[in-house]
Design a protein around this ligand. Structure first.
Ligand SMILES: *Cc1c(COP(=O)(O)O)cnc(C)c1O
Length: 377
């Protein structure tokens, strides 16, 4: 029998800030009705398995997992620098872009310093800020679920060390325009680091989307955060990177978990950069699916915000958990944010069809309930 962990008296003193750290809620695994297919569309993962060339790189690397990886991540850093035409000194890798985000927080914030970000946005932001002992200044999105850059400008104080911009925004979908972002950057003090989190960059087809690398070239306080998890389909290998000012990238390397980025991840990321055109075809088909799903939902009467990512946002408010339960019954695991809405990832066409179907049924059942209530009152 296992011991009961509650039997052990608590004696160790932990940092007080931990009480304020919300726990990260991972997307639930797929589970649905017996005998029918089920789909996990709760974590914005890529539905496609690794390309053969990427799988081969991973398999090769697997043969030497008795060795530590290249701690300096030399070859991948070079490959990223070449691909995006930036100096390798400006590139810093980490264990997913969430890992890099933690390093960014570590190198900029003393306890009590402030981090400004939009809300609702990526749920890792408040967690990582709280772990660093930093104070979150969360600025509500506009009623079209976009960053309110004017309000964010007003929220920046002398204590603000870090500003996080998520574009396209997770979980709502809209992209910020390049011109609006430039105007915003003009207002931010140059000692405050602005991080542009572009986890969904490759899905962004908005002609007005920012060229974040150009912004990072023009402003000495801008870093761009990117990941191999979403468009490149390497979520399970944990690899992301920042393109940042040299002194920021140097500090990021100091704050990295030693040997954190495995050789499997390094080799898979290099192979993925080599196979970019093939991967982009998959991204393109997901974008077509995204636009198909949103159009169908708009036609059903849903107020789905414009999305430039690989997901759609249902602003359901109090009906959020009901919708998630109705989806689960049909074999779809979505990501509910209680009281606010549901995020659903664009997956394979069958999953998307099922989502459209679930959404339609849900609207019908809600209007039936409302009609019945109307009749009674
Ligand atoms: C998924 C996501 C990330 C990337 O996470 P990884 O740690 O690279 O897997 C970063 N930012 C946002 C906004 C995301 O949605």
């Amino acid at each position: 029998m296992n011991e009961d962990p509650q039997q052990q008296p608590a004696t160790v003193r932990l940092r007080g800030t931990l009480a304020a750290v919300p726990a990260y809620k991972p997307g639930k695994p797929a589970s649905g009705p017996a005998g029918r297919p089920s789909y996990k569309i709760s974590s914005n993962e890529n539905p496609y398995p690794p390309l053969p060339s990427v799988l081969e790189a991973i398999t090769m690397a697997a043969q030497q997992v008795n060795r530590y990886p290249d701690m300096a991540v030399t070859a991948l850093t070079e490959a990223i620098a070449q691909r995006f035409n930036v100096a390798p000194e400006r590139v810093a890798t980490g264990t997913g872009s969430v890992g890099v985000l933690g390093q960014l927080m570590m190198i900029t914030c003393e306890p009590g310093d402030e981090v400004v970000y939009a809300w609702r946005s990526f749920e890792a932001y408040p967690i990582i800020a709280a772990l660093a002992g930093a104070t979150s200044v969360a600025v509500p999105l506009t009623d079209t679920a976009e960053h309110n850059l004017e309000a964010m400008t007003a929220a920046i104080s002398a204590r603000t060390r870090l500003v996080l911009i998520c574009t396209p925004n997770n979980p709502t979908g809209p992209s910020i325009s390049g011109a609006a972002l430039r105007d915003f950057l003009d207002e931010v003090p140059s000692e405050t680091l602005v991080v542009i989190d572009e986890a969904y960059l490759e899905f962004n087809t908005d002609p007005d989307a920012p060229d974040a690398l150009a912004l990072a070239a023009d402003y000495p306080n801008v870093a761009v955060l990117r990941t191999f998890s979403k468009a490149y389909g390497l979520a399970g290998l944990r690899i992301g990177y920042a393109v940042a000012p040299v002194e920021v990238a140097t500090a990021l390397r100091k704050a990295a978990t030693p040997f954190g980025v495995s050789d499997l991840a390094q080799q898979a990321a290099i192979a993925s950069l080599d196979a970019f055109d093939e991967l982009q075809e998959r991204v393109d088909s997901l974008v077509v699916e995204r636009d198909r799903v949103r159009s169908a939902l708009l036609a059903q009467g849903w107020a789905i915000p414009a999305t430039q990512a690989n997901f759609v946002w249902f602003p359901l408010g109090d009906a959020t958990l009901d919708f998630a339960a109705a989806a689960a019954e049909k074999g779809l695991t979505v990501r509910p944010f209680a009281g606010e809405g549901v995020r659903a990832t664009i997956g394979e066409p069958e999953a998307n069809d099922l989502l459209i179907h679930v959404a339609s049924d849900f609207r019908d059942s809600v209007s039936r309930v409302q009609r019945d209530k109307g009749v009674q009152s």
